[in-house]
Design a protein around this ligand. Structure first.
Ligand SMILES: [Zn+2]
Length: 330
C-alpha cells in the first residue's frame, strides 16, 4: 500500500463515521450505493438504443471518487470499505472508486447550464423546463447561464448520454457533460419526457434502473449479445457493461426495482428469459420522484431559495461550499 493509498484509506475511514451518522435511520440503513459505472468507450460509435452513461477515463476514477465524497460524504462506500477492512482485504483505490456513488449533497443547490452550440431561446427554455421536472420534489435546480456552467449540453452527434452526478466536475469546461443529439423544437414532447429527464437523472447521479439485479436476472445473456450486436454493433464487453452488470444489492436504493422508472431502458421480450419485455420508463414516475425527494430533500431548502425562484444568488453559491475547493484535475 502506497503512502497515497494510506492517506486515502484514513480519509475514507473518517468518512465512514461521518457517512454512518449522516445516513443513520435513513432508508439505506447506512448502506451505500455501490456505483457500477459502465464504460461508454466500450460502445462502438454509432446508433445507441437509448443512452449510455459516460464514464471518466480510468486515471480519473480515484480523483472523481474523492470529489464525490468531498461533495457528499454519503457517497462513500462505507459498508464495502468496512467489510474490506474487517476481512483484511488489500486496499485498492480503484476498487473503492468504482464503489463510490456520485450524488450531490442534500443541501439546496443550483447547477448552472449552458449550451455549446448556438441554440434558440425557446429550445433552451424547453430543455431547462424538462430538466427542472425533477425540482418539483428535489432541492437541486437547473438554471441557465451565459458564462461557465456546471452542465454543458451539446446537440451534436453521439446520441444521448450524460456523465454521472459529481463526475461532471472533472470534465474540461469546454466539453459537454450531456449530449442530446439533434434535439429541436420539432422533437416530439414524448422524447423530451423520455430522454431529457432521463439524462438529467444521470446528472443528478442516478444510474440505470435496469441494472438492478432483479431486472438483469431476467435477461438471457446470449440473446442480449446477439440482439445488441445485430441492432447496434455492440460487442460482448459493451453489452456486459451497459446491460448485464447489476448494481450491488447493498445499495442506497430503498425501493424495489422499477421497470417503469425513467432511469430504466426499454428492453425487448426477445432477450428476456420469460419472453416479457422490460417496459422502460417514458417519464419520471412516482417512485422516481419519491427517490429524488429522499436523496435531495426539498424540506431542507425551505429557508433557502425556492426552486421556482430560479435567480442566482449568493445563497446558491453558498450551497456549493462543500465543493468549492474541489480540484478539477482535467
Ligand atoms: Zn441512461
Amino acid at each position: 500500500m502506497s503512502a497515497d493509498d494510506k492517506e486515502l484509506l484514513q480519509t475514507l475511514v473518517k468518512i465512514l463515521q461521518v457517512a454512518g451518522a449522516a445516513v443513520n435511520g435513513n432508508a439505506s440503513d447506512g448502506d451505500e450505493q455501490k456505483d457500477n459505472p459502465v464504460a461508454a468507450s466500450a460502445v462502438p460509435q454509432g446508433e445507441a438504443p437509448s443512452c449510455s452513461i459516460k464514464t471518466l477515463p480510468d486515471r480519473l476514477f480515484v480523483p472523481a471518487a474523492q470529489t464525490a465524497i468531498k461533495v457528499n460524504p454519503v457517497n462513500a462506500p462505507a459498508l464495502a470499505v468496512s467489510s474490506m477492512l474487517a476481512a483484511n482485504v488489500p486496499f485498492e483505490p480503484m476498487a473503492i472508486a468504482v464503489m463510490t456513488s456520485k450524488y450531490w449533497g442534500p443541501t439546496p443547490r443550483q447547477l448552472t447550464v449552458n449550451f455549446l452550440e448556438s441554440t434558440p431561446a425557446d429550445l433552451r427554455a424547453r430543455i431547462l423546463s424538462h430538466m427542472n421536472a425533477w425540482a418539483r420534489v428535489s432541492c437541486v435546480t437547473f438554471v441557465e447561464t451565459q458564462g461557465a456552467a456546471d452542465v454543458r449540453i451539446s446537440r451534436g452527434p453521439g446520441g444521448y448520454w450524460s456523465y454521472l452526478g459529481t463526475d461532471i466536475l472533472h470534465i474540461p469546461k469546454d466539453r459537454p457533460t450531456m449530449n442530446l443529439e439533434a434535439f429541436t423544437m420539432n422533437t416530439a414532447e414524448s422524447e423530451y419526457l423520455r430522454v431529457v429527464r432521463h439524462e438529467t437523472g444521470h446528472t443528478l447521479g442516478f444510474p440505470h434502473e435496469h441494472m438492478r439485479q432483479e431486472l438483469v436476472a431476467r435477461i438471457d445473456p446470449q440473446k442480449a449479445y446477439d440482439f445488441f450486436y445485430r441492432q447496434y454493433g455492440w460487442n460482448k464487453t459493451a453489452v456486459d457493461q451497459q446491460v448485464l452488470t447489476a448494481l450491488d444489492q447493498q445499495s442506497i436504493f430503498a425501493t424495489p426495482p422499477d421497470q417503469t422508472s425513467i432511469m430504466c431502458y426499454q428492453l425487448p421480450g426477445t432477450i428476456t428469459k420469460d419472453g416479457q419485455p422490460i417496459q422502460g420508463g417514458l417519464d419520471i414516475n412516482g417512485t422516481d420522484y419519491a427517490f429524488a425527494a429522499q436523496i435531495y430533500p426539498k424540506l431542507a431548502s425551505s429557508t433557502m431559495d425556492a426552486p421556482d425562484d430560479a435567480q442566482k444568488s449568493s445563497a446558491d453559491r453558498d450551497a456549493w461550499s462543500a465543493s468549492e475547493d474541489v480540484e478539477v484535475t482535467v
